[in-house]
Design a protein around this ligand. Structure first.
Ligand SMILES: Cc1ncc(COP(=O)(O)O)c(C=O)c1O
Length: 380
């Protein structure tokens, strides 16, 4: 008997066409497209077709505001603290451009962070990038951050959930090390938001970035950015845009006056189709109950891990359930071949060097986990 809670959430499966025809277990790459998002996309196209440019001023801008309201809800944040950016790379680049590296020229990251985060500073000749090592290739000992962060550190930047192992970092000690040194603390939460609870202020972060593509079911084209309200005024991005300017439609070219809120980190015209699909994605969580979705994703993870353990598969993930999440890597001698053969059976997962990667989300079921484990076993 499975103990996966909230079976009533299975009603939401009807909203996701891909779940009707496939066993879809790859939400850490791309969340499923739902009927709410498709409905919104229809609205977007209809407005474009009927109103032309006035859709932009009158209605699309309003939808951008609705999306920001939802992001603030998702992250328990103030509306003034959230903004959109074209990608996580863009959001981090804007923040990184607001920091003075002349007195503090060190940025501390983790060996296991996603490359695009680290590249923001590897690309600079005036910054030394220091990587906190992983002892086991799965996570980073939280106590190690304090060894690497010092008074030369401008920024501590790391993931909430490591993309390669699903490891959930204990961020308290990282925040503490950054605070003690007077460094900015930036968290890349792309693999966290939507599958684990996120409250950037409670995490003591200064900046938190994420996006709709994966767990938040909103597709590619945007990222979400949160900046601690007390810091916004002191951060003046040099990677910037007219969307970051106060009174942008005054079209002033004699001076740049930043917006007072986190919108000052915006980078140009946002991808409006994604504004619409992201709204649809976040509405699913609001309708289903965010907490319930997170509990169910966690339980499906534990169910899948138990099944894979029972079958003797070697997993690359934290053995402590508190530190692992719904990104599960199963060691496999021919991961690309296994993923291809599973796809032939309608089971969609992914691979990373030497591993089949499987990521259940709240809309999956214990039966789907079983299907995957049984199919993987039968191909052994
Ligand atoms: C943790 C993490 N950060 C950043 C990215 C990429 O960000 P973007 O393509 O929006 O710049 C990914 C993409 O997979 C990721 O997993």
């Amino acid at each position: 008997m499975s103990t996966v809670p909230h079976p009533e959430l299975e009603a939401f499966r009807r909203e996701f066409p891909i779940l009707q025809t496939r066993t879809y277990l790859n939400s850490c790459s791309l969340g499923a497209l739902g009927t709410r998002s498709m409905g919104y996309l229809g609205e977007y196209q209809a407005l474009w077709n009927t109103l032309g440019a006035s859709a932009w001023y009158e209605l699309w801008m309003g939808r951008i505001g609705h999306l920001l309201d939802r992001v603030a809800w998702l992250w328990n944040a103030r509306r003034s603290e959230v903004a959109l950016s074209p990608s996580v790379s863009g959001a981090v680049a804007a923040i990184a451009s607001a920091v003075d590296y002349s007195k503090r020229n060190k940025v501390v990251v983790a060996d296991l962070d996603f490359p695009t985060l680290v590249y923001q500073w590897l690309a600079r000749h005036d910054v030394e990038v220091v990587r906190v090592p992983s002892d086991d290739g799965i996570g980073v000992d939280p106590a190690r951050w304090a060894e690497y962060v010092d008074e030369r550190t401008a920024i501590v930047a790391t993931s909430h959930v490591f993309y390669g192992t699903g490891y959930v970092q204990e961020l308290g000690p990282v925040a503490k090390a950054a605070r003690a040194a007077g460094a900015l603390f930036l968290v890349d939460g792309y693999q966290a938001a939507g599958q684990i609870a996120v409250d950037p202020r409670a995490l003591d972060a200064d900046v938190y970035v994420g996006g709709p593509l994966k767990w938040l079911l909103g597709g590619p084209g945007l990222a979400f950015l949160w900046v601690r309200e007390e810091l916004i005024d002191s951060l003046r991005p040099t990677v910037t845009s007219w969307f970051g300017a106060a009174n942008q439609f005054a079209f002033r070219v004699d001076e740049l006056e930043y917006r007072e809120d986190a919108g000052r980190f915006s980078l140009g015209t946002p991808a409006v189709p994604t504004v619409y699909t992201a709204l649809g994605g976040l509405e699913v969580f609001a309708a289903a109950g965010l907490e319930k979705c997170l509990e169910r994703t966690k339980a499906l993870t534990e169910h899948l891990v138990a099944r894979l353990d029972d079958e003797g598969w070697e997993l690359k993930m934290a053995r402590d359930p508190a530190r692992r999440s719904a990104i599960i890597l199963v060691r496999h001698p021919d991961a690309p071949g296994a993923v291809r053969r599973l796809a032939e059976r309608g089971i969609i997962v992914d691979y990373r060097a030497g591993y089949v990667r499987v990521s259940p989300h709240f809309y999956n079921t214990p039966d789907e986990n079983d299907l995957f484990v049984d199919a993987l076993g039968s191909m052994r």
